[in-house]
Design a binder for this molecule. Structure first.
Ligand code: PMV
Length: 330
């Protein structure tokens, strides 16, 4: 059997309505539905080569060989792909991110979306978007939202078969920009896999989950009607709710740095002065400042001026996970 190779790319995504807490951790079935957009320009490119000559799976990330828990997570995922395909051969995985590593941008969504597409293609399976999204979910929940393009909603569903993401609008639908304010964090934060497990230790998680359909409906309608001020209110409330759960978990998760709070306040001040800007924060100290393309310069200038912000990474709305042409596989 010859070497079976494929290369795929995917963008990370930023959620307006967050996923936090699983109903079933092993299958990454979430407690609530979520809504996000893909981040254009930020890209993970992953090449997977299955070969009968290999005696184990291997992983290289940005040229560095990965072992330990990072490799184990990819091996578990490749095992799912092998089971689906009825194969037993091992694979070499090589992945690169074009965005700065260590800048605290969650890369697991782009990583598992690209890996799901490259691995299934390399092994000869051609999954439709829904089944690819379901598979990517097993690697990292939010990865299911990096499979379709543009603005994307992940229906929590009740089981594996109906828990997947789909586009609600294409990338060109609305010119939103994410200015990621990179804040220097001195310690490595608790990862999201561990964080999801703590969600139910907060007495606020039930209230957050029960209220999600209301926030999701408001957010969806704000996106579809391009109503920035409605979007801003619901996005900040959703992020604050998730961080309220994190802060009240046992043990508590406090991701913010002083500069995180300073950016939040600067953004709220800018909005009061009439600029379209709102913040949302994932499981880290960086602040995603959302604005419209038409207003990005003044908003960026305000965020850049906040002490403690070391860098701004700017991204528009990105497309779906894509397979690279076989001629470019080298
Ligand atoms: O996909 P995970 O397990 O890395 O979880 C993502 C969690 C958040 O980024 C905090 C929220 C979200 O919906 O992206």
């Amino acid at each position: 059997m010859p070497t079976l190779t494929a290369t795929a790319t995917a963008h990370p995504n930023i959620a307006f309505i967050k996923y936090w807490g699983n109903r079933d951790a092993s299958q990454r079935l979430p407690q609530n539905s979520s809504l996000s957009f893909n981040l254009d320009g930020l890209l993970t490119r992953t090449r997977v080569s299955f070969s009968p000559a290999l005696t184990s799976d291997s992983l290289k990330l940005n040229g560095k060989t990965i072992t330990g828990p990072g490799l184990a997570r990819v091996v578990n995922f490749l095992q799912l792909v092998r089971n689906l395909a009825g194969e037993t051969i091992f694979a070499a995985v090589e992945s690169t991110n074009n965005f700065p590593t260590g800048a605290g941008i969650a890369s697991s969504a782009a990583a598992f979306a690209a890996l799901a597409l490259a691995a299934t293609s390399a092994i000869g399976m051609h999954l439709n978007e829904k089944d690819l999204s379901r598979l990517a979910r097993r690697g990292s929940g939010s990865a299911c939202r990096s499979v379709p393009g543009g603005f994307v909603e992940w229906q929590a569903g009740v089981e594996d078969a109906d828990s997947y993401a789909a586009s609600i609008a294409p990338p060109t639908y609305w010119d939103l920009i994410d200015c990621i304010a990179v804040v220097n964090a001195s310690h490595k934060p608790t990862g999201s896999t561990e964080g999801h497990e703590l969600a139910d230790t907060s007495p606020l998680q039930t209230a957050r989950v029960v209220d999600t359909p209301r926030r999701l409906a408001l957010c969806r309608s704000a996106v579809l009607s391009k109503d920035f001020s409605q979007l801003a209110e619901i996005v900040e409330q959703d992020s604050n709710l998730m961080h309220a759960v994190m802060l009240t978990s046992q043990p508590p998760l406090l991701y913010w740095q002083p500069a995180t709070l300073a950016v939040m306040q600067a953004v709220q001040g800018a909005r009061k002065r009439g600029l379209p800007a709102c913040y949302t924060i994932d499981a880290g100290a960086n602040v995603h400042v959302l604005t419209l393309a038409s207003d990005v310069n003044p908003v960026r200038a305000i965020v850049e001026a906040v002490p403690g912000v070391s860098q701004i990474i700017q991204a528009g709305v990105g497309g779906p996970a894509m397979l690279q042409k076989p001629s470019l596989d080298g």
